[in-house]
Design a protein around this ligand. Structure first.
Ligand SMILES: NC(=O)c1ccc[n+]([C@@H]2O[C@H](COP(=O)([O-])OP(=O)(O)OC[C@H]3O[C@@H](n4cnc5c(N)ncnc54)[C@H](OP(=O)(O)O)[C@@H]3O)[C@@H](O)[C@H]2O)c1
Length: 262
């Protein structure tokens, strides 16, 4: 990328869905971008976003691996990162005992290991410069035991919790941490998680561009967390006062294989 005076944003999982829309928000707000995903589709996303007038570096890397995260860090190449939007993630439907353990590991390593490894690397540089914004895409799923999506919901509970803790650790450092917690959103997520035969997979969902705009604004304002959409706010408020066993039973109805109404 040619030298630029614009601030730099790094967005993971930017080929589709919420990450793609977050990248567009950054471009429209005057950032140059480094965008990452695991598949070649990321190059098409880069071409689309370049049309908004941003310089865009696109990287294909598997962020479920430490090597993939190192490759991303090398691509940043010592440039100051003004905003890190750690958004890459994947779901996984079906009963835990029926899942392939390689798929389980991929969820854990993408959503948790790769995400926090990247945040540690970029966060250290931000702390040294006393400046930076971190946005983590958590989920309201983190408030609810995810029957038939058990590992995914647990991974988001990890991120929601991690985000608040890191934010508190970085208080007064000049670096803010914001957790975006969407509800069900119209993206490729449910198809990739093999959940299109479920009630949640077939149900009404939020628009990814709306969700991204809400998250981006909260990050820019340095807010701690934002649940996108009033219905999700209500759902998470109720989840906070409902016993976990009841939440787990309710989740079964939404996520059990074959739960979609035909
Ligand atoms: N959709 C929802 O209902 C919902 C609700 C709450 C939270 N979220 C969260 O929102 C985030 C974005 O998901 P989405 O809904 O926008 O789904 P999506 O359309 O499937 O997008 C996921 C993005 O993450 C990338 N990604 C996945 N694994 C990766 C890996 N190992 N290395 C690099 N990139 C990887 C994907 O790229 P590749 O295809 O190249 O792998 C894609 O760009 C996720 O963290 C998800 O948990 C989604």
């Amino acid at each position: 990328m040619a030298p630029s005076s614009k601030p730099l944003a790094v967005i993971t999982g930017a080929s589709t869905g919420i990450g793609y829309e977050l990248a567009k928000c950054c471009a429209e707000d005057g950032f140059d971008l480094v965008i990452v995903a695991d598949e070649p589709e990321i190059r098409k996303a880069a071409a689309d976003i370049q049309a908004v007038g941003a310089n865009v570096d696109a990287l294909q890397a598997d962020l479920a691996t430490l090597e993939g995260v190192d490759k991303l860090y090398a691509t940043i190449g010592g440039r100051a990162v003004d905003a890190l939007l750690a958004n890459a993630g994947r779901g996984l439907g079906k009963g835990f005992l029926d899942q392939d353990f390689d798929d389980v590991l991929r969820v854990v390593n993408t959503n948790i290991t790769g995400t926090i490894y990247l945040i540690q690397k970029v966060g250290r540089d931000m702390r040294a410069r006393k400046r930076g914004r971190i946005l983590i895409t958590g989920s309201i799923a983190g408030f609810v035991p995810g029957t038939y999506q058990a590992v995914y919901n647990a991974s988001k509970a990890f991120l929601d919790s991690f985000s608040f803790a890191l934010r508190a650790e970085l208080k007064e450092s000049g670096v803010t941490v914001t957790c975006l917690m969407p509800g069900a959103t119209e993206t490729e997520f449910f198809a990739r998680a093999d959940m299109l035969d479920t009630a949640v997979g077939q149900g009404k969902k939020d628009d990814a561009a709306d969700v991204a705009r809400i998250g981006f604004k909260a990050m820019k304002n340095g807010e701690g967390d934002v649940v996108s959409g009033w219905h999700n706010k209500l759902q998470s408020a109720i989840a906070n006062i409902t016993p976990a066993s009841i939440l787990a039973e309710q989740h079964r109805k939404k996520a059990a294989p074959g739960s979609a109404k035909h």
